[in-house]
Design a protein around this ligand. Structure first.
Ligand SMILES: [Zn+2]
Length: 288
């Protein structure tokens, strides 16, 4: 049974990854609509793709062998990569939340599937945003603004998805954890937006040019909606990851622009899954 559940999760991840490819390709290109269903076309010869060309991974690897059916133009390896990556992350999160036992008996402790649902929604949005940020240096409002609205609602529905919320509401009623998560989310959003906007403002004063895009501020605010006060951990994590990886990119590519979005995304995933434990380890280390 465990393998069946894992298989379902992987296939689901593949299809979500396939949808993310559509979002990543179409969203930043104004003339293409994500929602209006026109079938995808080959960017070179314009041939419409059939449903059989759109089976995640399978089409690319077996049916098309990485080339367009008509003009044989090579299809970017990025499509299957994003599909595979999304599937692996979805499976990894399910494994982490439920363990092998929880996959063998998928109907026991269904609440953790709710947490999984929130986490994969967050991760899917972050994958799309990160790739678009690397391609076009923008974080589209079409993802970040709905994120700001939906994030507190998600933790209201699944309070366990928020890492160790601060007890802003006391009381033993069944709804207290929900309202508490919602409130933490709203405070987290305001805090995140304020902190990053402030840093950007100081940076632009110091360097006499815009230091941070408003897109980063909106993305960070949305993260606060899921993480509550833990959102403050994302920034140091993102900065550390950003300096290490950014330096490596700088040395290899000699391109001095490194988008911040992907690092915020990495920091968010780490905080969402392991934030409280990381802080505990750091505090223990400092206390020695
Ligand atoms: Zn073609």
């Amino acid at each position: 049974m465990g393998y069946v559940v894992l298989g379902f999760v992987l296939v689901f991840g593949l299809f979500v990854g396939s949808f993310l490819n559509v979002v990543i390709y179409r969203l930043p290109r104004e003339c293409l609509s994500v929602v209006k269903q026109t079938r995808s076309r080959c960017p070179r010869c314009g041939v419409q793709l059939g449903w059989y060309d759109n089976i995640p991974l399978v089409s690319f690897l077996i049916l098309l062998r990485g080339r367009c059916r008509r003009c044989k133009a090579p299809i970017s390896w990025r499509y299957p990569l994003i599909e595979g990556f999304t599937a692996l992350v979805f499976a990894g999160l399910a494994w982490r939340l439920r363990g092998w036992e929880g996959l063998e008996y998928p109907f026991i402790n269904p609440e953790s599937w709710g947490v999984w649902g929130v986490q994969v929604t967050v991760v899917a949005s972050l994958i799309a945003l990160s790739v678009i940020d690397m391609d076009f240096r923008i974080l589209p409002d079409a993802i970040t603004l709905p994120g700001i609205v939906l994030a507190p609602l998600m933790v209201f529905l699944v309070p366990a998805a928020m890492p160790a919320p601060y007890a802003l509401i006391e009381g033993g009623s069944a709804w207290a954890p929900r309202w508490n998560a919602l409130l933490n989310g709203l405070v987290g959003e305001a805090l995140a937006a304020g902190v990053l906007w402030m840093i950007g403002w100081l940076g632009s004063k110091a360097f006499r040019k815009p230091a941070m895009g408003l897109g980063d501020v909106k993305l960070y605010a949305a993260m606060g909606g899921v993480l509550g006060l833990w959102v403050l951990l994302v920034l140091p994590l993102a900065s550390i990851l950003g300096s290490v990886i950014g330096l490596a990119v700088l040395l290899v590519k000699k391109d001095h622009y490194v988008p911040f979005g992907p690092f915020l995304a990495l920091g968010m995933v780490v905080t969402m899954t392991d934030g409280p434990r990381i802080l505990e380890v750091v505090l223990q280390y400092l206390g020695r």
